[in-house]
Design a protein around this ligand. Structure first.
Ligand code: URA
Length: 235
């Protein structure tokens, strides 16, 4: 790994700033002051110290964040028009972080952000059937018949109807909120499922993915690292 990439992933500043720090002798590799930021290092083998702080001691190759995605932000790494979920994560520039899957711009809730591509792939693989639970606020009340249809599978205009889902209604502040648990991840799936029963989603929040539950202490836009326990649940 390049030294500047490593320093960037530790959140020490922009590429330009890091180059300056290295030029000014603020970085040592195994006790030697280095002058170039494009040299190769191995964080598992080399000891890298920045301005007296040992960076390799606490270095983790993989990082896992739980974000409560707010509305109005897109689930992308980059976008020319909109703020992205990565703009909300302030942990250095060169870290290969990416959201695990997508939530629509107007959807709120649980989004995992990680640089662990293997785990992301596993969580998103249709074969793994990872459950996703959504709180669905609908325009109209849902009949038992509608709920049965949603659970059995509905035609949303794809080749195949949706796979069987689970659901329950929870009354929150006087409003009946549908909890819909699906294990697919088709484009706008929940919205299209509700359309298929003649209804409309007016607000959508994801509250669970596999065993990982949205932390109620995280306000929309806030994030934190996953605990070891949570990571185990996901894996
Ligand atoms: N289904 C949707 O329709 N939108 C989302 O953001 C997630 C699931």
């Amino acid at each position: 790994m390049r030294l500047d990439k490593f320093l960037g992933s530790c959140g020490l500043g922009s590429r330009k700033q890091l180059k300056e720090y290295v030029k000014n002798g603020m970085v040592t590799v195994d006790g030697e002051v280095v002058s170039k930021s494009d040299i190769n290092i191995d964080p598992a083998k080399n000891e890298i110290i920045f301005s007296g702080e040992n960076l390799t001691e606490n270095y983790k190759e993989f990082r896992y964040y739980l974000l409560n995605k707010p509305q109005g932000v897109v689930s992308a790494t980059r976008d020319n028009h909109d703020e992205t979920v990565l703009d909300l994560i302030d942990v250095g520039f060169d870290n290969n972080l990416a959201p695990v899957g997508r939530l629509d711009k107007d959807t709120e809730g649980l989004l995992i952000i990680t640089n662990d591509g293997k785990l992301a792939h596993k969580l998103l693989s249709p074969k793994k059937h990872v459950e996703k639970e959504y709180e669905v606020h609908t325009r109209d009340p849902l009949s038992d018949k509608d709920i049965k249809k949603l659970e059995e599978g509905v035609d949303i205009g794809d080749d195949e109807p949706t796979l069987p889902a689970k659901s329950f209604i929870e009354n929150t502040d006087g409003e009946d909120v549908l909890h819909l648990i699906i294990h697919e991840g088709r484009f706008h799936q929940v919205k299209r499922m509700l359309e298929a029963v003649g209804n409309e989603v007016v607000f959508l929040r994801r509250i669970r993915m596999g065993g990982l539950v949205l932390d109620p202490d995280l306000k929309p836009g806030e994030y934190r690292e996953l605990s070891d326990e949570e990571l185990k649940l996901l894996k």
